[in-house]
Design a protein around this ligand. Structure first.
Ligand SMILES: Nc1ncnc2c1ncn2[C@@H]1O[C@H](COP(=O)(O)OP(=O)(O)O)[C@@H](O)[C@H]1O
Ligand SMILES: C[C@@](O)(CCOP(=O)(O)OP(=O)(O)O)CC(=O)O
Length: 200
């Protein structure tokens, strides 16, 4: 889709798009929730690329969409199959989930909480070249394990988890660890840029 179509579907062109990626249980949702909390929901909206995917997958398979969207163990039962189901859809139309996920976004700052693939980044770079910034959230394996991560072949060694491990020049890398500087300290430059972009 070209940028005029993207504009039409989102009504207002965003001033800044912060695209977060990171391994399972690195804390992408946790960190992006902090950003929304600090900036306020009138300034900042979370875009989850997996939201329309999970919704459509739940509908097609008669599953509980709310549980699939939560951070509990339910989604792990279906993750591998959701990945291949979503990849088949992306193969036909790489921007499919990006378009759906951003459709209702109206705030000046978008926080995309779950980029996993170069094709997703390419869609944002193509449609919003000036506004797009990439952020990586990192946590040690032992920390992710404490948060419930269990290595799963076919998931943790596949594109869904590794597609952005290399080849992306991240604007910021956030260490989500108890012994790292506080999240507020690490997020300060991002929050400042977002506030400036939103004119606050
Ligand atoms: N800095 C943190 N302090 C406390 N709990 C955290 C922190 N980061 C993540 N968590 C917890 O770890 C779990 C996984 O985090 P989540 O944000 O869902 O990871 P991801 O979205 O990367 O899979 C959640 O229960 C979350 O509340
Ligand atoms: C099928 C998925 O969209 C599921 C993503 O679910 P979440 O974004 O909830 O995952 P984590 O927060 O990393 O635990 C993955 C994909 O490859 O599209």
């Amino acid at each position: 889709m070209d940028s005029s179509a993207a504009l039409e579907s989102s009504h207002l062109e965003p001033k800044l798009i912060l695209i977060f990626s990171g391994k399972r249980k690195s804390g992408k949702d946790y960190v992006t929730d902090v950003i929304v909390d600090r900036l306020g929901e009138d300034v900042c909206g979370v875009v989850r690329l997996s939201a329309p995917l999970k919704q459509a997958y739940a509908q097609e398979h008669g599953l509980d969409a709310e549980q699939l969207a939560s951070s509990g163990p339910y989604k792990e039962l279906y993750r591998a199959d959701m990945i291949s189901w979503g990849e088949a859809r992306r193969l036909r139309d790489p921007g499919f989930f990006c378009r759906l996920a951003t459709r209702g976004a109206h705030q000046p700052v978008w926080v995309v909480s779950d980029a996993r693939r170069m094709s997703d980044l390419r869609w944002f770079w193509a449609n919003f070249p000036q506004q797009t910034r990439c952020v990586r959230v990192q946590s040690r394996e032992e920390t992710r394990k404490r948060r419930g991560w269990i290595y799963t072949p076919g998931v943790d060694d596949a594109e869904s988890e590794c597609g952005l491990d290399t080849g992306v020049d991240f604007h910021w890398i956030i260490m989500n660890e108890a012994d790292a500087p506080s999240l507020d300290d690490q997020l300060r430059p991002i929050l400042a840029l977002a506030a400036e972009a939103a004119g606050r």
